[in-house]
Design a protein around this ligand. Structure first.
Ligand SMILES: Cc1cc2nc3c(=O)[nH]c(=O)nc-3n(C[C@H](O)[C@H](O)[C@H](O)COP(=O)(O)OP(=O)(O)OC[C@H]3O[C@@H](n4cnc5c(N)ncnc54)[C@H](O)[C@@H]3O)c2cc1C
Length: 448
């Protein structure tokens, strides 16, 4: 092993992009991949960059959509996943959909023919103490490696399932209905006493809500996905199936709360939302992890008083998903604080989605290559899509309730002088994306 070799484990979205970026910066890369010898329940081939489910990289609109902006930044940084997607694009309206097999074959061919990249097939089941490594082993990290990671981080800091409650943009919540209060006004400071946002329900509203939950379309678990799932993350619709009153005695209990707008009225049930980021732009609905289909979720959750016009930064879900508590474990270079020779990248760092995973691979590859070359490189500023994501996972997110995150404008620092609310949305998003493009270009220039 030479000093300048970078080892990357996992040839998925993140590992493939990391290898490409580091190799293009003149670093020798060994890409380790366990497939096809050892498979996962979702992958079908031995190719790098395999899309395990949908064939879409979502919106390609870089002016009005945060994922589209991430595409733009990855193209600007000569990203392999984006340039290969562009070559194998299928008609899909404003979305970037691809012909998945030729796409993965082309990613594989590009990596295998790169003079700085060699491949090594086989499972890596330990965290090495020497050399520089990036682990990009994804949501389906092999069980043996998962154990080794948990041994290093502590079992409470590595999750094997996500239990994602929907996340709402704060600005879309009707504060004439909702109010801020922690149960029993608990907390030392005023901020703590007002840490939750509460949405009250009458008996009729509660009954209608339970009916809608029970009737909603649900998604099924994949075969082999469910082992170990039922520990403390029951979907709300499963709780509702256990009894119509279960939720009213669980996450929707009304006790210890007084409606600030109508103190004389006792709510029959209360839905609570908790701040999800330091900026205070996002709130998650407490205890509302769900397997309802996305369309059904939007309909059902808008029945909650105060959320009638809610915009969702992400909808809920429960999946097999190995991910780190990155806000406590990783530094802003994506290095494991306890073992700085190891970086993590991709979905295992607590981002969610092909594009976000590839973007975190792009950053990890560049940051590792810079470190191996003895150059200082920081992550892009938080005003860019990549920067907003890395800042969120390595610090901005609430560590205690950390769950995987999609890129969205709620992660961006607010812009001065631009209208809030729905009416100003188009102008605001354009403001975010213009600022991001300028700042990202400057960050890239600083590296050349
Ligand atoms: C079932 C499922 C469906 C999904 N559907 C979508 C979707 O439709 N759209 C979307 O945007 N996102 C989806 N995701 C989420 C996620 O974005 C993708 O999983 C994405 O591929 C993550 O990229 P990654 O590089 O982090 O992981 P992966 O692409 O999974 O790559 C990880 C690689 O590491 C390898 N590996 C694992 N352990 C080891 C080991 N010990 N040694 C060597 N190699 C190892 C794996 O074989 C794999 O090739 C889905 C996830 C799952 C699990």
């Amino acid at each position: 092993m030479t000093e300048k070799t970078l080892h990357i484990v996992g040839g998925g979205m993140a590992g493939s992009e990391a290898a490409w970026q580091a190799a293009n910066m003149g670093i020798k890369v060994v890409l380790h991949e366990m497939r096809p010898e050892t498979g996962t329940f979702a992958h079908q081939t031995g190719n790098f960059g395999e899309m395990v489910c949908s064939n879409s990289f979502r919106s390609d609109d870089s002016e009005q959509n945060a994922v589209g902006l991430l595409h733009w930044e990855m193209r600007a940084a000569n990203g392999l996943i984006m340039q290969t997607a562009d070559q194998h694009r299928l008609p899909a309206g404003g979305a970037l959909a691809v012909d998945r097999e030729p796409f993965a074959e082309a990613v594989t061919a590009a990596l295998k023919s790169h003079p700085n990249i060699s491949t090594d097939y086989g499972e890596i089941a330990e965290l090495p103490s020497e050399g520089m490594w990036i682990f990009a082993t994804g949501p389906l990290t092999s069980p043996a490696l998962g154990e080794a990671i948990a041994k290093e981080t502590g079992t409470d800091r590595l999750a094997f399932f996500d239990a994602i409650a929907p996340i709402v943009y704060a600005e879309s919540i009707d504060m004439d209905v909702a109010w801020l209060q922690s149960r029993y006004d608990k907390g030392e400071t005023e901020e703590e006493q007002k840490a939750y946002l509460n949405c009250p329900m009458t008996k009729d509203q509660y009954e209608a809500f339970i009916d809608a939950l029970l009737a909603a379309d649900k998604t099924e678990f994949h075969e082999g996905e469910t082992a170990g799932y039922f520990d403390g993350c029951l979907p709300i619709e499963v709780m509702a199936e256990r009894g119509r009153e279960t939720l009213r005695h669980g996450p929707m209990k009304p006790i210890g709360l007084t409606n600030a707008h109508r103190p004389e009225e006792k709510a029959y049930a209360v839905v609570q939302l908790r701040r999800d980021n330091k900026l205070g732009t996002l709130y998650n609905i407490v205890g509302f992890q769900t397997k309802m289909k996305y369309g059904a979720q939007a309909e059902v959750f808008k029945m909650i008083p105060g959320l009638e016009n809610a915009s969702f930064a992400r909808l809920g879900g429960i999946h097999r998903n190995t991910f780190l508590n990155s806000p406590t474990l990783l530094d802003d270079q994506m290095r494991l604080k306890s073992r700085p020779n190891i970086r993590f990248a991709g979905q295992v760092t607590g981002v969610e989605g092909y594009v976000e995973s590839a973007a975190m691979g792009l950053l990890a590859g560049r940051l590792a290559a810079a470190e191996l070359s003895g150059r200082d490189m920081g992550p892009p500023p938080g005003s860019t899509a990549m920067g907003a994501l890395i800042h969120h996972i390595t610090g901005g997110a609430e560590a205690k309730t950390f769950q995987p995150m999609n890129v969205n404008f709620g992660l961006f620092p607010p812009l001065d002088g631009i209208r809030g609310g729905r009416k100003g949305r188009k102008e605001r998003y354009k403001g975010y994306t213009d600022r991001a493009k300028e700042d990202f270009s400057q960050w890239l220039e600083g590296q050349s």
